[in-house]
Design a protein around this ligand. Structure first.
Ligand SMILES: *[C@@H]1O[C@H](CO)[C@@H](O)[C@H](O)[C@H]1NC(C)=O
Ligand SMILES: *[C@@H]1O[C@H](CO)[C@@H](O)[C@H](O)[C@H]1NC(C)=O
Ligand SMILES: *[C@@H]1O[C@H](CO)[C@@H](O)[C@H](O)[C@H]1NC(C)=O
Ligand SMILES: *[C@@H]1O[C@H](CO)[C@@H](O)[C@H](O)[C@H]1NC(C)=O
Ligand SMILES: *[C@@H]1O[C@H](CO)[C@@H](O)[C@H](O)[C@H]1NC(C)=O
Length: 259
């Protein structure tokens, strides 16, 4: 009788260990889903509507529409991953420009100037402290169309070479859309540095800013890494807990057989 018990116990332990390992396998699959569930998509901000009621920004809005840049910006605003930041000059900023500034430009140049007022990422006002360290920052116009930011005791100052201005108010700042009012139209060095004989600015150098796309890369990395690592560690915890709880169950099963 005594030597019959031993194989029974052995089989019982093997069976329990097997069931614990299958449990660990099934525990693995639900751990894939705890990565943040896609939040219910909120209504996208209608930029046209927003700029129509705020301001007055009618001149800028007219340019946005005539150059079709509104579609580019609205598309980016709908992209909640990156979002958008737009600097909007008031009507008075356009009327105080020298008459010749925009009138002799080609449609392409005009389009570049309007694109120059947008950044392909959402930045809250607090983010500009960091952004000033990564100046020059690339804009939607790309290439040499870059802006420099400096934070002067909480006020965001913007420099385009030809224009020095500041953010005078926040029109809208809810991720993914930031719209800031600026005191002047941002005139890019890439256009005005060569086309118009410069009176105030020093001789513009032909190639500026090779390091223009660093800021967006940095933020993209920062966003992706923290979401993946907590998922891994929590799934590891689920599996090891599953194994341990079943080992305890297996051992207590052995004890029961002995009693
Ligand atoms: C945005 O608002 C404008 C003005 O109210 C309207 O004409 C346009 O159809 C709206 N666009 C979308 C995509 O809802
Ligand atoms: C942006 O989103 C709105 C509402 O969700 C939609 O009507 C519009 O067509 C979208 N526009 C673009 C350019 O993706
Ligand atoms: C704009 O064009 C007009 C006529 O083509 C010309 O006389 C004028 O000098 C130009 N102005 C500038 C700033 O280039
Ligand atoms: C500013 O940059 C540093 C390092 O690049 C980062 O750790 C910090 O979170 C950033 N702050 C904001 C407000 O983005
Ligand atoms: C922007 O900043 C860079 C680097 O600090 C500098 O070389 C460049 O001259 C600045 N450009 C303007 C328009 O202020």
């Amino acid at each position: 009788m005594k030597n019959m018990e031993f194989p029974t116990i052995f089989i019982a332990i093997v069976l329990l260990l097997c069931s614990s390992s299958t449990y660990a396998q099934t525990a693995k699959s639900p751990s894939i889903s705890p990565t943040p569930a896609p939040a219910p998509t909120p209504e996208n901000v209608n930029l046209t509507e927003l700029l129509t009621v705020a301001g007055p920004f009618h001149t800028f809005l007219d340019y946005l529409e005539s150059t079709k840049v509104i579609d580019t910006f609205q598309n980016q605003a709908n992209n909640t991953e990156e979002g958008i930041t737009i600097f909007v000059p008031k009507d008075s900023a356009f009327s105080s420009l020298k008459k010749s500034s925009l009138s002799n430009l080609t449609q392409d140049q005009l389009k570049s100037i309007i694109l120059f007022h947008g950044l392909a990422h959402y930045y809250s006002l607090a983010d500009f402290k960091n952004l000033s360290e990564s100046s020059p920052v690339s804009t939607f116009a790309g290439g040499q169309y870059t802006l420099n930011f400096t934070d002067v005791s909480g006020t965001v100052h913007i420099s385009s070479g030809w224009t020095n201005t500041k953010v005078s108010s926040s029109v809208h700042s809810t991720d993914p859309v930031a719209i800031y009012q600026v005191d002047k139209v941002l005139l890019p060095e890439a256009i005005f540095g060569t086309d118009i004989p410069p009176t105030p600015a020093p001789a513009p150098s032909p190639d500026i800013s090779p390091a223009a796309d660093t800021p967006s890369e940095g933020t993209a990395d920062g966003k992706s890494s923290p979401t993946s690592s907590p998922g891994k560690s929590s799934s590891y915890r689920v599996i090891s807990w599953g194994i341990w709880s079943h080992l305890v169950l297996a051992l207590s099963g052995v004890l029961v057989l002995f009693l």
